[in-house]
Design a protein around this ligand. Structure first.
Ligand SMILES: [Mg+2]
Length: 200
C-alpha cells in the first residue's frame, strides 16, 4: 500500500479553536454568537470593531484557560491514529503565532502522542504573521496532502501542483463568489478522510 506525507492543520481541524474563542467572547461581552456567525477568520466581521482589535482579542484569549482547555476535534484522534498505522508520515502545520509553540506542543503531547513527526509554524496573511506560507512548507516537506480549514491557505496551494488539499467544511470556508483550485477537495467529517486518502 502506498503511504503519504500529510500536513495537518491545528485549529479547527484537530483543535476546537473557534468554539473555545466563541465561548470566551460570549462570556466576556455577554453576546450569543454561534459558529455559524463566522464567515471568515476576520473575527471582527462577526463581532464588530476592527481587524486589529480582533487580533488583539485572540492574543488575550490565547492567555486564558479557554485556550489552554481546547479539546480535539471529533474523530480526529481516531482517524489520525489509523493514518499513522498505515505508514503515513504526519506533520502538524499551523499558522498560530510562534509564541503559542509551547502550548501547541502540550496539546499534541496530550491528545495525539506519537502521531506527528513534527510541528511547523507558517505565516498567516490575515494576522500578518511573517513566515513561510503553508504551500511553501508543504512543498519542502514534499507533502501529498494538506488537511486544512482556512480558505486563504487552501487558495494559496494552487501552485503546489502535486499537493491535494482536503478542506474541512466550515462556515468560514464557503466559496462565496470565489472558486477553489481543482486540487481542493471539501470534506465534512474526519471519518471521510481515510476514504479520500486510501480509498477505504
Ligand atoms: Mg485552521
Amino acid at each position: 500500500m502506498k503511504n503519504y506525507t500529510i500536513a495537518v492543520d491545528c485549529d479547527d481541524v484537530t483543535a476546537e479553536f473557534v468554539p473555545a474563542l466563541i465561548e470566551f467572547h460570549n462570556y466576556t461581552y455577554g453576546t450569543k454568537l454561534k459558529r455559524e456567525d463566522f464567515h471568515s477568520f476576520r473575527f471582527n466581521e462577526a463581532w464588530g470593531g476592527t481587524l486589529e482589535e480582533a487580533i488583539e482579542e485572540v492574543k488575550t484569549f490565547n492567555k486564558t484557560e479557554y485556550s489552554k482547555n481546547i479539546m480535539p476535534v471529533q474523530n480526529s484522534q481516531k482517524i489520525l491514529k489509523l493514518l499513522k498505522s498505515k505508514g503515513n508520515k504526519l506533520y502538524v502545520l499551523t499558522s498560530r503565532h510562534i509564541s503559542m509553540k509551547e502550548e501547541t506542543e502540550k496539546f499534541y503531547d496530550k491528545f495525539f502522542k506519537g502521531i506527528f513527526n513534527g510541528i511547523y509554524f507558517s505565516g498567516n496573511s490575515i494576522t500578518n504573521y511573517r513566515g513561510k506560507s503553508k504551500a511553501e512548507i508543504c512543498s519542502e516537506l514534499k507533502a501529498d496532502y494538506l488537511i486544512e480549514d482556512m480558505r486563504e491557505h487552501a487558495m494559496a496551494c494552487d501552485k503546489t501542483s502535486s499537493l491535494k488539499v482536503l478542506l474541512f467544511d466550515a462556515p468560514w470556508n464557503q466559496e462565496n463568489g470565489i472558486s477553489f483550485p481543482s486540487n481542493v477537495i471539501r470534506f465534512y467529517n474526519w471519518s471521510e478522510v481515510l476514504r479520500l486518502i486510501h480509498g477505504e
